[in-house]
Design a binder for this molecule. Structure first.
Ligand code: ATP
Ligand code: MG
Length: 451
């Protein structure tokens, strides 16, 4: 009785109203077992041989049905994490909020999750929600149908059994995928309240799969966008990184703006995007990233966030210079970088390593103007030179730096020693001997300039 009441209030279905799934045979869905990675098939076989149920679930089934290559394969089972761990030689339980088992087979790691159940009155400390209804802990195990009901979108709640090649479909996910609709399981408002990150997932998955978000799931996003503020910044960062490296970053960011979701994520982004040069720069950076992802090339998170926030650094630097009386422009530039990262970090925690990469990339930019002598060689030796140089090219492409500077660095980078020497000299417009002579006389006059 109490459980039923809680479930009604929270908008979840109860075990008593469990739905019968549709069992869809391979002739209808077309997904064959050899499309599943070997390690994933092995994992499932091992669990099934031990008498457990085991299925490929979630993103991998969805992506394969949509004709995309899955990033990884996840398995869902009725074995507990401990039972899973004992079934494999290389397996370990990880996570607290959500315990999962990592099974290592060859070079692959398969994530195995036990079916999740409801947070009823007997859930005790295994399942907890905060005062906004956000789920804090989630280790209540349950049946497959309960597990399906706890997933976010119908297309993510498909269970594929490689042994018989059937798909178990509780929420018409196969039909939704065919009709190109991203539909929430259950009441969208309740589900967003439980986990506001689902709003971002909606945008990302719709962009990635070319689906349209069902109006019932789309409508509440605008008014609930502020709930993003309750999500821990580190989780937001992970989700944002997924979004930006999805290969559809341009589409995702424009959809985030359309839904009014970007404000809580990149608080500076709306300001940047309202400035034409800033917008051009960000879009170019995202287009380049999308291109790289599609070509299977790695993308650097530092480079990405450096691009998104660059115009904010420039604006901050200009403001500081206007107000400042004494510190050098160089000191203020570093102060601007730190302040931008700090403001951003309040909402979206950029990891220290990535923040370090961003600063290295930014710090090189003013230095690219210096193309004489030792300085040019010094810049070439910087560990982050390549990223900084790519960033410079992006700036030239955006029309922010004269293309002559970008071209000079391209030539310098590819030139042999002799040509490099002549380029450097050409820049300074004087010979080495002349320069040495000038330096000596400057030193003699005691007014050597430092930088
Ligand atoms: P991708 O791998 O492309 O990021 P995905 O859907 O596989 O997408 P994962 O984070 O790998 O995303 O999650 C695996 C599955 O777990 C999802 O398909 C979904 O069924 C479920 N899931 C993930 N996040 C949530 C969430 N916030 N709420 C409910 N279910 C979720
Ligand atoms: Mg996945």
């Amino acid at each position: 009785m109490i459980r039923k009441f809680i479930s009604r209030v929270l908008g979840r279905s109860t075990p008593t109203d469990a739905v019968e799934p549709a069992i869809i045979p391979v002739e209808q869905h077309g997904l064959q077992r050899d499309q599943i990675s070997r390690a994933c098939r092995r994992t499932i076989e091992t669990l099934q041989e031990s008498g457990y149920q085991a299925y490929v679930v979630g993103g991998a089934v969805r992506d394969l049905l949509a004709g995309l290559t899955p990033k990884d394969f996840d398995v869902a089972t009725n074995a507990t994490p401990e039972q899973v761990r004992q079934s494999f030689r290389r397996a370990r339980i990880i996570g607290r909020r959500f315990q999962i088992v990592h099974v290592g087979i060859g070079a692959e790691t398969i994530e195995v999750t036990t079916f999740r159940g409801h947070h009823g009155d007997d859930a005790g400390s295994h399942g907890q929600v905060d005062e906004q209804g956000r789920v804090l802990r989630d280790n209540v195990f349950g049946s497959q149908s309960e597990d399906a009901a706890r997933r976010d979108f119908t297309v993510n709640a498909l269970y594929y059994d490689p042994a018989c090649e059937n798909i178990v479909d509780y929420h018409h996910g196969v039909a939704d995928l065919q009709q190109k609709t991203l539909r929430m399981i259950g009441d969208p408002r309740t589900r967003y309240r439980e986990d506001p990150v689902r709003m971002l997932r909606a945008v990302r998955l719709a962009a990635k799969l070319g689906l349209s978000i069902d109006p019932a799931a789309r409508r509440p996003i605008r008014e609930m966008a502020d709930l993003i503020g309750n999500v821990p910044p580190s989780r937001l960062f992970d989700e944002m990184l997924k979004l930006l490296t999805s290969g559809h970053a341009v589409r995702c960011v424009s959809q985030l703006r359309e839904e009014g979701l970007h404000r809580g994520l990149l608080p500076l982004l709306d300001v940047i995007l309202e400035h034409p040069v800033g917008e051009r720069f960000v879009i170019l950076a995202l287009e380049t990233t999308d291109q790289r992802v599609r070509e299977g090339k790695p993308v650097s998170p530092g480079f990405l966030f450096a691009s998104l926030l660059w115009h904010e650094v420039l604006a901050k630097w200009a403001a500081l210079q206007k107000d400042a009386e004494s510190p050098s422009s160089h000191v203020l530039f570093f102060q601007a970088m730190d302040e931008v990262i700090e403001v951003q970090g309040e909402k979206l925690a950029i990891t220290r390593r990535i923040a370090g990469d961003m600063k290295d990339i930014w710090a090189l930019q003013p230095r690219f103007q210096q193309r004489s002598g030792k300085r040019a060689y010094g810049i070439l030796q910087q560990p982050r030179f390549k990223a900084g140089y790519d960033f410079l090219l992006l700036r030239t492409l955006a029309g922010e730096v004269e293309s002559e500077i970008g071209n000079w660095w391209t030539d310098f980078l590819h030139a042999d020693d002799e040509s490099r020497a002549s380029m450097v000299l050409g820049q300074a417009g004087e010979t080495t001997r002349k320069r040495r002579r000038r330096r000596r006389s400057v030193r003699a006059s005691g007014v050597e300039k430092t930088d």
